[in-house]
Write a protein that binds this ligand. Structure first.
Ligand SMILES: [Zn+2]
Length: 98
């Protein structure tokens, strides 16, 4: 799914303790990591990976130790992290609904 204006197509949602959604969705981004996984790097390329974001506090998830989005093979890790965040986050839905 290409990044588009507006809300992306959500694959999975989790509910925070305060009632906000944590959305997990496909996310296209550029990376130097190779398909065989981290920490192998090559030339910059575009991949269809994943990202999650809390609609309450706004936090955006990242794989452990890396400041990037989740690679195509990292959906299970992204799902686990999003669920863990929802289990601990007490934020409520934003009044604007965004
Ligand atoms: Zn949160």
């Amino acid at each position: 799914m290409p990044p588009e204006a507006g809300r992306p197509t959500v694959l999975v949602q989790f509910l925070t303790l305060g009632g906000a959604d944590v959305d997990l969705y496909e996310y296209r981004f550029e990376t130097r990591y190779l398909p065989i996984g981290r920490p192998y790097v090559g030339d910059v390329r575009t991949v269809d990976g994943f990202r999650w974001q809390c609609r309450g506090c706004g936090e955006v998830g990242q794989p452990a130790l890396f400041t990037t989005d989740y690679l195509p093979k990292e959906l299970p890790e992204a799902r686990t992290h999003a669920n863990s965040h929802a289990s601990a986050c007490r934020s409520k839905p934003r009044p604007s609904g965004t």
